[in-house]
Design a protein around this ligand. Structure first.
Ligand code: SF4
Length: 263
C-alpha cells in the first residue's frame, strides 16, 4: 500500500480501536461495576476525557479573557490557538444543529483569530511579511495572466492587483497570488514568511489560518459584488493596516503601528 494511504488507514484504525476500548470499558463497568479492573479502566478513560476537557476549557477561558481584555498571555498562546483551531470544527457542527450559517461561524473565527494576532503585537522585518491574495481579485477581462507571474500585471488600475502591487513596493513586502490552498501552502513553504496578511472568503481564510498555525495570519475578507470567485474586491485600508501592524518600527516604510479593528 502506498505510504500516503497508510497514514490515513493507521489513523482511522487507531480511532476505531480507541472507540472500541471506550465502548468495551463502559460496557464492562455498566454490567459489572464492582469489579476493580473495570473500575480502573473506567477511571483511566474518565481521567483522559477529563484532562482533554480541562485543557480545552482553560484554553477557551484564557482565549475569552484575552479577547475581552485585549491582552496577550505568551505562555498560554499555544493553548489558546490550539483550543480555537481544534474547537472550530466542533463549533461548525454545533452551529449546524442550531441552524447558524457556516459562513457566519467562519467569519467569527477569523475575527477571533485577528484579535488574537493583534494582542500578540508581533513585529517582523518588512520583507518577512507576505500578502497572500486570491486570483479572483484580478479583473476577468484582463489579458495579463498574473497567476503565472504577478509581474505580468501592467498596473493599469483596473483591479485591486494594482493597489496590492503599490503596497508591496511601498513597504518592501512580498506579494503573491494563489489559485488555491495547495499553491498557497507552497508559497508559505517556499518563502517562509514570518507573518501573513491573507485575503480570501470566509471558508478559505478559516481553513488557511488553521493550515499554517502557529504562523500569525491576519485575515481580510474579500468583497464579492458580482458573487463568489468573480471580480472580487478588497478594502485596501484594512490590508494596509494589517501590514503596518506586523512591520517593525525601524522598517523604512513604517508610518506608525496600528491596532487592527474587527474586519
Ligand atoms: S491592474 Fe490591470 S493589468 Fe493588472 S491585473 Fe488588474 S486589470 Fe490586469
Amino acid at each position: 500500500m502506498p505510504s500516503r494511504k497508510r497514514v490515513f488507514i493507521a489513523l482511522i484504525t487507531i480511532t476505531i480501536l480507541a472507540l472500541g476500548v471506550l465502548l468495551v470499558g463502559g460496557w464492562l463497568l455498566y454490567f459489572n461495576p464492582t469489579n476493580i479492573v473495570n473500575r480502573v479502566v473506567l477511571a483511566v478513560i474518565g481521567s483522559l476525557v477529563l484532562l482533554a476537557l480541562a485543557v480545552a476549557s482553560i484554553g477557551v477561558i484564557v482565549l475569552v479573557v484575552s479577547l475581552w481584555s485585549h491582552r496577550s498571555f505568551p505562555l498560554l498562546q499555544n493553548m489558546m490557538s490550539t483550543a480555537a483551531n481544534i474547537l472550530f470544527p466542533v463549533a461548525v457542527v454545533v452551529g449546524k444543529i442550531l441552524r447558524i450559517d457556516k459562513e457566519v461561524i467562519e467569519s467569527s473565527f477569523i475575527a477571533v483569530n485577528n484579535q488574537l494576532v493583534d494582542t500578540r503585537d508581533i513585529k517582523v522585518r518588512s520583507d518577512q511579511v507576505m500578502i497572500l491574495a486570491p486570483h479572483c481579485l484580478q479583473d476577468t477581462k484582463c489579458q495579463y495572466k498574473i497567476t503565472i507571474d504577478i509581474e505580468n500585471c501592467r498596473r493599469c488600475g483596473g483591479c485591486p492587483v494594482h493597489d496590492l502591487h503599490e503596497l508591496k513596493d511601498k513597504y518592501g513586502i512580498r506579494f503573491v497570488v494563489a489559485t488555491g490552498g495547495t499553491l498557497a501552502r507552497r508559497f508559505v513553504k517556499e518563502y517562509r514568511p514570518r507573518a501573513i496578511v491573507a485575503i480570501a472568503c470566509e471558508r478559505d481564510l478559516s481553513s488557511g489560518v488553521q493550515d499554517v498555525n502557529p504562523l500569525p495570519v491576519i485575515g481580510v475578507l474579500n468583497i464579492r459584488p458580482e458573487g463568489p470567485c468573480f471580480n472580487t474586491k478588497v478594502n485596501l485600508d484594512q490590508v494596509e493596516t494589517a501590514v503596518k501592524h506586523f512591520i517593525e518600527k525601524q522598517s523604512p516604510a513604517f508610518r506608525g503601528a496600528e491596532h487592527i479593528t474587527e474586519f
